[in-house]
Design a protein around this ligand. Structure first.
Ligand code: FAD
Length: 438
């Protein structure tokens, strides 16, 4: 059923089509439009309906993998000028990020990061327990030390991607919501455009920035992109006194100051893993990461597992697709996790004991086997590029990732070395930091 019908507002042809209206897709479209490149962005639901509005809002360099550090530093540079550049509000503030350590193992990890940060002249430093008490007097927990990066920031996930999408439109980008891309169009073995649910749009280059959907989309074109989904449960508090103006990760609770005077709060390390067919499909690829992080994952056989089981893996482009079936992925937060996290918040920050919970939500995070993204051409399909797999770090990295994705597609010199993010690493024996090869 449902053959494509043409929607009058779709352009006939652009140079670049971007699939996905999260922070990565909108930032890519913005930087392409800024260069004067004809670009169209297609979002199956609404702008930032999935990860990009559901995240914690940390914009942090601290704790990043070595490969990612130059990219997030570049992204911070973009964040710091973006409001002036686009004339819109994204809620960015350089208010610092703080990680607390309970034991020597965590302190050793922080020290390793400091060594690394020094190579990039990053202002990260170790605080003693006494210095931490001075900086955050309202915090309990018997911490031995803390890692602090004053130049880290925070931004408002509800504002940022929509504002950047508007800026892209103002510079000439076509932005189409409720418009799923069913697949790639080809001519002579090369990408010739996209087939959307409302018709074809010609484009010599296509960027896939589809978040948790990227592996499914690629799979329909026989491109194997290892990617899994992890659920994180979040809430925001009622307005309250300020215990810290930035973001704190304190073991079993993580908080980020919001512009509305409350905090966004989540468990510091526990997350939910819905066991489904994708877990089996990518079992070997994710073994090293699982050995490393698996004890923090609550394994669930859930509604998400069933949805995954029932999702078609292949379809023809003149039929409806899984992207049209789920406009916005909106997993239900686990109440028990929210309540446990709420208790952790009140224990760690006693002055917040009287806050209320204003709203709860959950999001599915897309992760790769080595927890760094893919920002890369796909050699098998000339003209097809992937910018996805941001593994829980993509909000902060987003504007910078959009910049380098736009540079990659236009063949401009890259602001950051992208070799670590190449798609080929999954097949060329590249070592995985968690063990073995990626
Ligand atoms: C709870 C939570 C907390 C997080 N905390 C942080 C944090 O504090 N800091 C940080 O930096 N990162 C954080 N992250 C990660 C960050 O949110 C993501 O890495 C980032 O938003 C990814 O952006 P994206 O554009 O790749 O994906 P998304 O925001 O998921 O966007 C992808 C979009 O593509 C669309 N799409 C997919 N397929 C198609 C198709 N075929 N046609 C049309 N549209 C399609 C989807 O509908 C979706 O809107 C967190 C994530 C979650 C869920």
């Amino acid at each position: 059923m449902a053959t494509s019908s043409t929607r009058p507002d779709l352009p006939e042809a652009v140079d670049v089509a971007v699939i996905g209206g999260g922070i990565i897709g909108v930032s890519t479209a913005y930087f392409l439009a800024k260069k004067g490149v004809p670009v169209a962005l297609f979002e199956k639901g609404r702008i930032a309906g999935e990860q990009s509005s559901r995240n914690w809002g940390f914009v942090r360099q601290q704790g990043r993998a070595p490969e990612e550090l130059p990219l997030i530093m570049e992204s911070l540079r973009v964040w710091s000028g973006i409001e002036a550049e686009i004339g819109d509000h994204v809620g960015f503030h350089r208010t610092g990020c703080l990680y607390t350590a309970r034991n020597d193992r965590e302190i050793a990890e922080f020290e390793a990061f400091i060594d690394h940060a020094k190579q990039h002249q990053l202002d990260t430093y170790m605080m003693s327990a006494a210095e931490l008490r001075d900086l955050v007097p309202d915090m309990t927990g018997g911490w031995k030390a803390a890692l602090h990066t004053p130049s880290d920031g925070r931004a408002e996930p509800g504002l940022a991607a929509p504002a950047i999408a508007r800026a892209a439109q103002a510079r000439g980008a076509h932005v189409h919501t409720n418009c799923a891309v069913r697949g790639l169009d080809f001519k002579g073995g090369k990408v010739a455009g996209v087939v959307t649910e409302h018709g074809r749009v010609k484009a010599s280059q296509v960027v896939l920035a589809g978040g948790i959907w990227s592996s499914l989309f690629s799979g329909n074109h026989d491109i194997a992109l290892p990617q899994l989904r992890i659920q994180n449960n979040v809430f925001r508090t009622t307005p309250c006194n300020e215990v810290f103006p930035g973001a704190i990760w304190a073991d079993d609770v993580a908080i980020r100051r919001r512009e509305d005077g409350g905090y966004t709060v989540a468990h510091g390390y526990e997350a939910d893993f819905h066991i489904g067919p994708e877990a089996l499909r990518w079992f070997y690829d994710f073994q090293p990461a699982y050995k490393h992080e698996g004890s923090n994952l609550r394994k669930r056989f859930s509604l998400q597992s069933l949805k995954e089981l029932m999702t078609r893996k292949h379809w023809s482009l003149d039929d409806t697709t899984p992207f049209e079936a789920t406009r916005v992925t909106n997993p239900k937060p686990y109440k028990s996790v929210i309540m446990e996290t709420f208790a952790n918040l009140r224990r760690t920050f006693p002055s917040l004991a009287d806050v209320g919970i204003e709203e709860t939500w959950a999001g599915l995070i897309d992760v790769t086997p080595d927890a760094i993204p893919v920002i890369s051409p796909v050699d098998e399909i000339p003209g097809f590029y992937i910018s996805t797999g941001y593994s829980g770090h993509g909000f902060g990295i987003g504007p910078g990732a959009g910049l380098v994705t736009a540079e990659m597609v236009t063949g401009a010199p890259s602001s950051v070395d992208l070799s670590a993010f190449r798609f080929r690493r999954f097949a060329d024996g590249t070592p995985n930091p968690f063990g073995g090869a990626v």
